[in-house]
Design a protein around this ligand. Sequence first.
Ligand SMILES: [Cu+2]
Length: 157
Amino acid sequence: MKSQVIVVSFLFALILVGVAACGDDGDEPPQTETPTSQAQEAPENSAATFEISQREDSVDGLVTSGSQRFEPAAFIVSTGQQVTFNITNDGLSWHNMRVDGGDGAFGTADDTISDHELRFLPGDTGTLVWTAPDSPGEIQFRCDFHPDVMTGSIEVR
Ligand SMILES: [Cu+2]
């Protein structure tokens, strides 16, 4: 009879350990989620710096059509904040970055464009320094070489 109590106690302990382990797993962030899928938020009341990657998918050195993108592609900043994007072309194509100044249109005088004489070759790094408008809103940015797919947004709070 005593040995049965011991076995039951042991099994109960095993169950407790199993439940605790499951609980720990639930607290950890999912491994498959990439941090770049979330909007990057700048600290308030100071200049902000973001790392941004230009890339695309490829098979045997051939770029997969429509896969060109910025990673991350969504940012949150404060009104009037100075923002520096440190850009790296991690892809195979030419890219740049153009931020709409807030007039809702690209190719206008209020745009801000990345350096490197308007295009980044594969492996190039550079910057785009931009100051958020003084009023809240949604600012769009894009790559001029892939304007239909390579886009992003900056939420100004
Ligand atoms: Cu591009």
